[in-house]
Every structure is written in structure tokens, then in C-alpha cells.
Write a protein that binds this ligand. Structure first.
Ligand SMILES: [Zn+2]
Length: 384
């Protein structure tokens, strides 16, 4: 039997998809997020690493071949949906059904993406160990079919949907493939982030092309995103969405022109990076998780996330000092000179509520009911 050719360059974002973010099908611009370097490259050399999906216990090229087979039918379906929407300018129930049918594959592409692979081995130093660990975690997830299926159901049943059209501007793509963003500050969690799929007040952005993204959302969205419709975005709205996509990247973003990436890299981004959490329960059980970095749509939620402990403590102090009713009319502690109730009170209350919820599990209500949320796979097995 003829030995199959070994693919050294293994793309963690499929080339078929990258072509849809290139202006000529061949060239694409990449931005290295940490060094802020923007350069032109070929689609064949973008978003790839040597032997990304190899593992000592797997036969060579096993995963790479499997992904190539899936891409063979997946990419034409993505192209067909995008073409249909752009030419008809309609978001029909038929298009929605086609999108829903692809949800498990969208999630599969998310879990095989560079950003998620990096998260799987976050904090591990030895390069070989890092690689083995991330392929093992990937395999655990994609072979637990009920997990992907239930997560796809969470999106289908818990979220509304809109198609975002970039007009004359362009969307970019991150090395995380799809992007997620929190639409409110919920809490600081030990095992997940505010933007996990399946949680309330979250938006999931799925790329179709540099002109079209699918947005699945639950909660407070900006008014330019319209449920069940094509939302035509102006340049600054596209920039707002691109900022989220850029911030979702672990190492790289890519797009059809350099101007856009050069503007995006200069934006200020919230600095909460991925974190490792270790905990010990009263019963002696211990655990550890890697949480995604937090990404918020609204700047005020970023602020609450950063300062919620300080805000909650201050709220308690002021309440003690002035009483709940009188406290509303004092001068705001931020120094603006305005009354507390028309300035920062709402965010102090939210912070106080989050701290209270942390101390009382009965108050916690972050997941969309009857839906699962993204979680470490071993936790899913334990709850299943
Ligand atoms: Zn204030």
C-alpha cells in the first residue's frame, strides 16, 4: 500500500476559511498580537504550525486527515450560505436551518483552533509536554460527541441570531476561529469566564467571510444588531466587532488588508489574560482550571470586573455610614461631584450583588436554563 503523504504544515485555522479572509484568495495579512507586528503572507503559510495535531499515540496525520475530510464538505457549505445571503440580501428560515445544522462543526473548528489549543496547555513549559497535553485535551472533547451536541443545542435554543454584514469594510478572523464576548459582568468564576458559550449575556461570533459573521446572542446587544435579520453595520460598528475578534486572539489575527490590523493593534484592550485557578474544597478535593481571558462588549463591565471587590467593600462601608436610602444622595465617591445615585451607584450595586452571589450559590443564575455551558471536559463527564 502506498504510504500517505505527511503534512508538516498543519493549519489550526483551515486554509479554505482563510481564503475567504484574503482579497485575492492567496495573500492575507497577519498581526502578531503581542509584538503588534503586521505583515503580508500567503494563505498556505498563515495560521499554521509544524505538526500541530500530532501525538505519539496517534498514527501520523490522523487528525490532520480527519479535519481535511470535514473541511472538504464544510467549506463549500459556508461559501454557499455566504453567497446566498449576500446575493438575496435576505436572512431566511432556510438559511437559519442550514447554519444550525453546521453548529457542531463550527464548534469542532473552535476547539481545534490555535487559541483554544494554547489554552489547553497554558502554564506548561516543556514544549513536548505542551503539545501532547493539548492534543489529548482536543481529542477528549471532539470524541465526546454528546458534549459538542449539547453545546450546539445551547446555542440553538438559548440564543437569538443575526447576520452581521460589513458593508464596504471588512471583518477579520482570530486564531480562535469563533469569538465570544460577555454582554455583562456576571461574576468572577473559578472554572469559566464571563463569555463562555451557554451562559446568559454572551455573544458568539462565527465567521463566514470577511463580509459576513453570524452573531448568536443572549442579553443586552447594541441596537445595530437585529434578531432574525441581516444587520448592516457601518464602518465604526464593524470596527467595534473587529475589536472583539482581535481581543479573542491568543497569538494572531488575520484579514484582507493591513490598514485595518494596524488600527486594531493600537486600540487599548482590557488586560485580563487567561488565568490558572487552583482550588481546594472543604472535603479535601482539589482542582485546577485555565480560564479564558475576559472580553467585554461594554467598557463599564470591564471596569466592574476589574474593581468589583473594591466597589463591593466601599458599598458596604457607605451603607453602614449613611444607611441605604440616604447613601443614594451623597456625592459620588468617584469625585465627579454628581450625586451617587445618578453617577456610579448602579455599578457599585452590581459589584455588591456579584460578591453576594459568590457567597450564596442559590443566588447564582448564569447559565441559560436547560442548556449546558462551555466547561472543562472532565467536569462535563462528572455531571453528565
Ligand atoms: Zn461616580
Amino acid at each position: 500500500m502506498k504510504k500517505k503523504q505527511f503534512t508538516r504544515k498543519q493549519h489550526y485555522i483551515s486554509q479554505g476559511l482563510l481564503k475567504l479572509f484574503s482579497d485575492d484568495g492567496n495573500h492575507i495579512y497577519e498581526c502578531l498580537v503581542s509584538s503588534k507586528k503586521v505583515y503580508q503572507t500567503d494563505v498556505a503559510d498563515a495560521m499554521e504550525e509544524n505538526c500541530t495535531y500530532e501525538h505519539p499515540l496517534l498514527e501520523e496525520n490522523t487528525l490532520e486527515d480527519a479535519f481535511a475530510t470535514i473541511e472538504g464538505s464544510f467549506i463549500p457549505q459556508v461559501v454557499a450560505i455566504a453567497n446566498e445571503v449576500v446575493s438575496s440580501e435576505k436572512f431566511t428560515t432556510d438559511t437559519y436551518a442550514k447554519i444550525c445544522q453546521l453548529l457542531e462543526i463550527f464548534l469542532l473548528f473552535y476547539y481545534r483552533s490555535g487559541a483554544v489549543l494554547s489554552e489547553f496547555c497554558y502554564g506548561v513549559d516543556d514544549p513536548a509536554a505542551k503539545k501532547r497535553l493539548r492534543v489529548r485535551r482536543l481529542l477528549e472533547i471532539i470524541t465526546t460527541r454528546s458534549y459538542l451536541k449539547q453545546l450546539a443545542n445551547s446555542i440553538r435554543n438559548g440564543y437569538e441570531c443575526s447576520l452581521l454584514h460589513a458593508g464596504t469594510s471588512h471583518f477579520i478572523i482570530s486564531d480562535q476561529y469563533l469569538s465570544t464576548v460577555a454582554l455583562s459582568f456576571k461574576n468572577q468564576f473559578v472554572n469559566t469566564s464571563n463569555r463562555a458559550i451557554g451562559m446568559k449575556d454572551t455573544m458568539v461570533l462565527i465567521p463566514l467571510s470577511d463580509k459576513l459573521y453570524i452573531a448568536f446572542f443572549n442579553g443586552r446587544i447594541p441596537d445595530y444588531i437585529k434578531h432574525n435579520q441581516i444587520s448592516h453595520l457601518n464602518e465604526s460598528q464593524v470596527f467595534q466587532i473587529n475589536k472583539i475578534i482581535f481581543h479573542n486572539a491568543f497569538k494572531k489575527c488575520a484579514g484582507p488588508n493591513s490598514t485595518l490590523l494596524n488600527l486594531l493593534k493600537e486600540e487599548k484592550y482590557f488586560s485580563h489574560e487567561a488565568t490558572q485557578v487552583f482550588f481546594g474544597n472543604d472535603d479535601g478535593c482539589t482542582g485546577g482550571y485555565t480560564n479564558k481571558k475576559e472580553v467585554f462588549f461594554y467598557p463599564e463591565d470591564e471596569e466592574i470586573c476589574t474593581f468589583h471587590i473594591q466597589y463591593a467593600l466601599k458599598y458596604r462601608d457607605l451603607k453602614k455610614q449613611y444607611g441605604k436610602a440616604h447613601m443614594r444622595n451623597i456625592k459620588c465617591p468617584c469625585g465627579s461631584g454628581k450625586k451617587f445615585k445618578i453617577c456610579c451607584l448602579a455599578k457599585y450595586e452590581r459589584a455588591q450583588q456579584a460578591v453576594e452571589e459568590t457567597q450564596n450559590p442559590k443566588l447564582q443564575n448564569y447559565r441559560i436554563s436547560d442548556c449546558i455551558a462551555e466547561m472543562p471536559i472532565y467536569e462535563f463527564w462528572n455531571n453528565d
